[in-house]
Design a protein around this ligand. Sequence first.
Ligand SMILES: CSCCC(=O)C(=O)COP(=O)(O)O
Ligand SMILES: [Mg+2]
Length: 237
Amino acid sequence: MTLHLTARTVVLDIEGTTGAAGYVHGELYDYARPRLGPWIDAHPDDTDVAGAVAQTKADAGLADDAGTAEVVALLHAWMDGDVKATPLKTLQGQIWAAGYAAGELSSHFFDDVVPQLRAWHGRGVHLAVFSSGSVASQVPWFRHAPAGDLTPLIDAYFDTVNAGPKRDAGSYDTIAAALGRAPGELLFLSDLPAELHAAREAGWQVVGVRRAGEPNAGADFGDLPIIESFDGVEVDS
Ligand SMILES: CSCCC(=O)C(=O)COP(=O)(O)O
Ligand SMILES: [Mg+2]
């Protein structure tokens, strides 16, 4: 069965929805892991790096004078547990952006995604992103896609810094205001029920993306509408 929906803007989660979690963890996390310490030490005057280090120490109860090794051990533990902590995402995003710029990284999209993004965009539907990955990592993810540069399709990028936590309804209010849309004009696609419930609480349309083999395939989507791939939903403006 195909869902037929009307929306002015479709807002996309990335991991588990547009691309494989295995790719993010296998390629991107493994790229960032050995580079975190050298990156922190090489950018002591970067306010985003210094802020992320200070926030990591505060979140973990580390002493203010804790060294890079202690901070990195914590960041690695967060990666091992896939804790989507904002300071980790800030640092990963900077490292990945450098990796994309150096030609050492590319992104991954499920086969059904790019044709549908182009089809919806072609029908006048706007596209935006809301991911735990920082905006600094979202933009190159779309720019360096195997299908080519997809950034011309995307109007706006949101993360936990400029919008807020993905499980808080208020973050979806913030995005709606930034896009200048009424909540009901927005459709959020995600693989995580908790995110979909938050968006629905904010008055958005939502569709769960339950992809075979992805970590959240077994999650309880309850009464949420779900699709197995983007082929399961047609969106018109
Ligand atoms: C922009 S690619 C990096 C993705 C990432 O780090 C992440 O945590 C994605 O989580 P999502 O909210 O998109 O499921
Ligand atoms: Mg996701």
